[in-house]
Ligand binder design. Structure first.
Ligand code: ITT
Length: 191
């Protein structure tokens, strides 16, 4: 009999949990993911790799978590806006939101609408070890208008091969998304 591995996902974002549980259920039958809803302070740094690493170290230093855990930090990067909103994605989503981003992209055509989503997962196995990072990215473009009812955050304006992420099922998004790719790397590492 194979032992089930338990791993804790620390986040306040229920949508991320839904996507990751869905993927683990479909692709990793001997791994159980548990959510710990904890709003750790997120440092404002220039790269999301550094944000994820700093958050993981903060949790290791300030909380006593007996099982392996991971956190993740994600962002959307628009080259024509010099990578904005990138590490400021959460703040930008809360302030100007999708409508504001669509306005900023007004008049941009073709290649100028390119965008990349990126997720950095930071895994902490024991308090003696540095966090291990797993990165996933997906290339798409900013749609001309919001479309779709699913997903969360920037999903209604992020278009991948003709459909926005908000128009895709969780399963279809997971197959190609930044989060799906980063999390699959974590699963391969654990396996
Ligand atoms: P944590 O508790 O895990 O930090 P959060 O909601 O603060 O949750 P992030 O800082 O990683 O998450 O995310 C930055 C923003 O990017 C977030 O507010 C979302 O609006 C957006 N975002 C992240 N992943 C996304 C995805 O898969 N699709 C659309 N938008 C996403």
């Amino acid at each position: 009999m194979r032992l089930r591995k338990e791993i804790i996902f620390i986040t306040t974002n229920a949508h991320k949990v839904e996507e990751i549980m869905d993927l683990a259920y479909a692709e990793a039958e001997d791994i159980t993911i548990e959510q710990l809803e904890y709003d750790y302070p997120e440092r404002q740094l220039d790269a999301i790799e550094e944000v994820a690493r700093a958050s993981a170290n903060y949790i290791m230093e300030n909380m006593e978590i007996k099982k392996p855990f991971f956190i993740e930090d994600s962002g959307m990067f628009i080259p024509v806006l010099n990578g904005f909103p990138g590490p400021f994605s959460a703040f930008v989503f809360k302030t100007i939101g999708n409508e504001g981003l669509l306005k900023l992209m007004g008049g941009k055509r073709g290649d100028a609408r390119r965008a990349t989503f990126k997720t950095v997962v930071a895994l902490c196995e024991t308090s003696e070890k540095e966090p291990i990072l797993f990165v996933g990215t997906v290339e798409g473009k900013i749609a001309n208008a919001m479309r779709g009812e699913g997903g969360f955050g920037f999903d209604p304006i992020f278009e991948y091969k003709g459909a926005t992420f908000a128009e895709m099922s969780t399963e279809a998004k997971n197959k190609v998304s930044h989060r799906g790719k980063a999390f699959r790397k974590l699963l391969n590492y654990i396996a």
